[in-house]
Design a protein around this ligand. Structure first.
Ligand code: IPM
Ligand code: MG
Length: 353
């Protein structure tokens, strides 16, 4: 298979972790006989420093023409004082999501057996098993609604728009994902307060009745969901939710699995094109020290192989190599170990065969 992957490492620990994931992808290509080309481009603060724009035209064009995008992380204190629309988070990340039409964000959170002790939850709760998938709507809601500030500066407004069509397309992704997992979708909202949530409930309920009767569906308010995630996380299979609730709950879900350094993500379009990134940020506090955990990015590369290229055996091989490295006790600092970023990457590659 011949494919081009746009590689946008970004800021902070981005270049370190993406470097390890690219080496894993190169080894996969060699082992399974594929031809992957890597088109490296600047993004985020690194791009701003080089050319005054966190998302240069050449970067967006490279992402558009690639078969998939691998992203590290963007942002850091150095660029925090830029005006809102120019900041890396808004100009680079949110613009990429919107421009590339990546409405479906998949964030799987599971406890890897060798890392059970790394979860902050009690052993008996972890023992019930934690393996859930957050399906987050990524191009709508309050992130992309109108933002404004009154002329006197003393009041502000952020709108949270959703259309039935936007809800339906993300709900389809959640139901289809659940069909390949344990067959259960929990739609998380705030329908006791928000009109958008009531629209979500209507659309999701109708869609389930029409097309996904074999999937069990329930609804939960977001405040309760935040509580259940630490009380009984084993009850969740697929969590379907809007953009901002998904942002918040996916950080919580990651922490209960042991470390945010373990969680990959896929941001997908309906045709399978996608951008893949770890859910943690640029971690400026540890950038350049070589101690970041590259596993979330390596697992994001596995998701890329699976979702955009349909390379299931290759994705399985990467995930099981990660499992074996962990089982052999290789751990980075966030997991309570002393392996460097490069050592962890090498540990995975040496178990890839
Ligand atoms: C994420 C991040 C982003 C988000 C930020 C950096 C804009 O937290 O991908 O979860 O809120 O979506
Ligand atoms: Mg987030």
């Amino acid at each position: 298979m011949k494919k081009t992957i746009a590689v946008i490492a970004g800021d902070g620990i981005g270049p370190e972790i993406v470097g390890e994931a690219v080496m894993v992808l190169k080894q996969v290509a060699e082992k399974f006989g594929h031809d992957f080309a890597f088109d490296e481009k600047l993004v985020g603060g690194a791009a701003y420093d080089a050319c005054g724009d966190c998302l240069p035209d050449a970067t967006l064009a490279a992402c558009r023409s690639a078969d998939a995008v691998l992203l590290g992380a963007v942002g850091g204190p150095k660029w925090d004082s830029l005006p809102g629309p120019q900041r890396p988070e808004k100009r680079a990340l949110l613009t990429l999501r919107k421009e590339l039409g990546l409405f479906a964000n998949l964030r799987p959170a599971k406890v890897w057996a060798p890392l059970r002790d790394a979860s902050p939850l009690k052993a008996e709760i972890v023992g019930e098993g934690i393996d859930l998938l957050v399906v987050r709507e990524l191009t709508g809601g309050v992130y992309f609604g109108e933002h404004s500030r009154a002329a006197d500066g003393l009041s502000a407004l952020d709108k949270m728009p959703y259309s039935a069509a936007e809800v339906e397309r993300i709900a389809r992704v959640a139901f289809a994902s659940a069909a390949k997992r344990r067959g259960r979708v929990t739609c998380v909202d705030k329908a006791n307060v928000l009109e958008t949530s009531r629209l979500w409930r209507e659309v999701v309920e109708r869609l389930q009745a029409e097309s996904y009767r074999s999937i069990a569906l329930d609804f939960m308010y977001v405040d309760n969901a935040a509580m259940q995630l630490v009380r009984a996380p084993g009850r969740f299979d697929v969590i379907l939710t809007e953009n901002m609730f998904g942002d918040i709950l996916s950080d919580e879900a990651s922490q209960i699995t042991g470390s945010i350094g373990m969680l990959p993500s896929a941001s997908l379009r309906a045709d399978g094109f996608g951008m893949y990134e770890p859910i943690h940020g640029s971690a400026p506090d540890i950038a350049g020290r070589g101690i970041a955990n590259p596993l979330a990015t390596i697992l994001s590369a596995a998701m890329l192989l699976r979702h955009s290229f349909g390379l299931v055996a290759e994705a399985d091989a990467v995930e099981s190599a990660v499992g074996r490295a962990l089982a052999d006790g290789v751990r980075t600092n966030d997991l309570g170990g002393a392996a460097t970023c490069a050592e962890m990457g090498a540990a995975v590659r040496s178990r890839l065969g």
